[in-house]
Design a protein around this ligand. Structure first.
Ligand code: ZN
Length: 164
């Protein structure tokens, strides 16, 4: 849990309370409530031949494990624009979104996430940049050690759709 100790609106201290069995923090001065809502994140399934592009994490948490290219949305950012931006930052590719594959809750460093995985396509050769240490095409049926279980589920969901 990462409830705020101080109010995001006025800066005064907050106090913990429970609502519907969930912990919250409320500002004693102005009444602002921190619900500790999940952070939205986007990921991409890019395919070449029968392989999926994975990125080895350059940073903590879970540095060295593999994940789908992607990241957190910016405030107010359209999710499809977000995954196109993340792919540009992390792989150098100008990608196009083909469709939504999978939506799932997850965890990142003790905080909740809501993860949207899109099937994307792009021309050209990806180059590892930003928070990617290495990019590699992998057989989706023989995945390396993945950082996030929800991404394994997303890849399986995509594979299941391919088989139909
Ligand atoms: Zn306040």
């Amino acid at each position: 849990m990462t409830l705020a100790d101080f109010c995001a609106r006025c800066g005064k201290p907050t106090a913990r309370f429970e609502e519907h069995g969930r912990p919250r923090a409320r500002c004693g001065a102005c009444g602002w409530v921190d619900y500790d809502g999940p952070k939205p994140a986007v990921g991409a399934i890019l395919v070449r031949g029968r392989q999926v592009l994975l990125s080895r994490r350059a940073r903590e948490p879970l540095r060295g494990l593999w994940d789908l290219p992607g990241g957190f949305l910016e405030p107010g950012e359209d999710p499809e624009a977000g995954i196109v931006r993340e792919l540009r930052e992390e792989t150098g590719l100008a990608a196009r979104v083909l469709g939504l594959v999978h939506v799932a809750a997850g965890q990142y460093d003790g905080a909740g996430t809501l993860n949207l995985v899109y099937r994307c396509e792009a021309e050209g050769e990806p180059r590892a940049m930003d928070d990617s240490a290495e990019l590699r095409w992998h057989d989706p049926r023989r995945l390396p050690e993945m950082a996030w279980p929800h991404e394994v589920a997303a890849i399986r969901a995509w594979l299941a759709g391919q088989a139909e």
